[in-house]
Design a protein around this ligand. Structure first.
Ligand SMILES: [Fe+2]
Ligand SMILES: [Fe+2]
Length: 209
């Protein structure tokens, strides 16, 4: 019938695949699930699992914020001004990451877990104080490397199912890589890079297979 919106135009007899779901279906779905907020029927990820993963990332960011903040005050106390400034900057950036993750959890209809009970267990990275400036930087570097690996895994797990969350985790991942680079440079500057550290293999060794 002429004017039928469902009819698919043909080109040389080949039936074209509809590019987008009919706009009316999308609008109807949006109205039916209005209480789901930003989550629409087209959302194909396992929402509960994504929220759970985001809560582990949130715990990681909170623990990293606390650890960097502790290191900031300790380094300030031993007059290591430039290192202390770097710790403070990282602490503030980890806090910003925590806020972005908490915001995304609420967009997905979940609850950001800020409960101090079990925080260290939920976090992938650890809270290690360190006894010297070098130890503090090394512990921060270890924590960043843990965050880098776990965020990469989260992004890969989400894949194409939730592009917004994946992009958020990739954006944070890029900043953690920058943090790790900053810390590595700080160790270099302190002349400690290359001395025996806790990890048996350096990133460079691992990268060469
Ligand atoms: Fe972070
Ligand atoms: Fe970081």
């Amino acid at each position: 019938m002429p004017g039928d919106s469902n009819a698919q135009p043909t080109n040389n007899g080949v039936q074209k695949k509809p590019f987008l779901t009919d706009i009316k279906i999308i609008r109807d779905r949006a109205r039916q699930h209005i209480s789901d907020g930003a989550v629409t029927s087209g959302y194909s990820a396992d929402r509960a699992k994504v929220i759970e993963l985001l809560n582990t990332a949130l715990a990681t960011e909170i623990v990293c914020t606390l650890r960097y903040r502790y290191h900031y005050y300790m380094a300030s106390g031993i007059h290591a001004k430039s290192v202390a400034a770097e710790f403070l900057e990282h602490a503030q950036e980890e806090q910003a990451h925590a806020d972005l993750i908490a915001e995304r959890i609420t967009q997905l209809g979940g609850k950001p877990n800020f409960n101090p009970e079990g925080l260290a267990t939920r976090s992938h990275a650890e809270y290690v104080e360190g006894d010297s400036l070098v130890q503090m930087i090394e512990e921060d570097l270890v924590a960043e490397r843990i965050a880098i690996d776990s965020y990469r895994e989260i992004a890969q797990f989400i894949g194409q199912d939730d592009p917004t969350t994946r992009r958020l985790m990739e954006q944070i991942l890029a900043m953690e890589e920058q943090h790790a680079e900053d810390l590595s440079t700080m160790l270099d500057d302190l002349g400690k890079k290359g001395e025996p550290a806790a990890a048996p293999l350096s990133a460079k060794t691992l990268g060469k297979h």
